[in-house]
Design a protein around this ligand. Structure first.
Ligand SMILES: [Zn+2]
Length: 117
């Protein structure tokens, strides 16, 4: 086996260039699902969006009243992409799931579903 002249141990230099694992875990983490947030929105935007959805969708306010508890004060909230196939919607936080440690989110797209995050 031939060694290049002057090769020395330079290949070890690569070991110093290891990248730390990228940390993507959101601060508003939950134990439901493994989807990462798509973006975030201000509390004002969130409240407006949810208010519009509640006004547009019959029964949504009842669902939220039955299944969620009010949110804490927060300046910003996560927004997720809707996982429904073909739905271009985003998921907005509507409240805390009443019996679970999760956020109750509502899709603003065509599927109109609710999810836990
Ligand atoms: Zn959707």
């Amino acid at each position: 086996m031939l060694h290049p002249a002057g090769g020395g141990l330079r290949s070890h230099d690569a070991a110093t260039g290891l990248l730390a694992p990228v940390h993507l875990e959101p601060s508003l983490t939950s134990n439901v699902g493994q989807n990462y947030p798509y973006t975030s929105e201000t509390e004002a935007d969130r409240a407006t969006r949810i208010g519009t959805l509640v006004a547009e969708r019959a029964g949504l306010s009842d669902t939220l009243a039955a299944e969620t508890t009010p949110l804490d004060a927060n300046e910003r909230w996560w927004v997720w992409k809707c996982p429904t196939a073909g739905c271009p919607g985003l998921l907005h936080v509507a409240g805390y799931a009443a019996d679970k440690h999760a956020l109750f989110v509502v899709c603003d797209g065509t599927c109109g579903k609710t999810f836990l995050r």
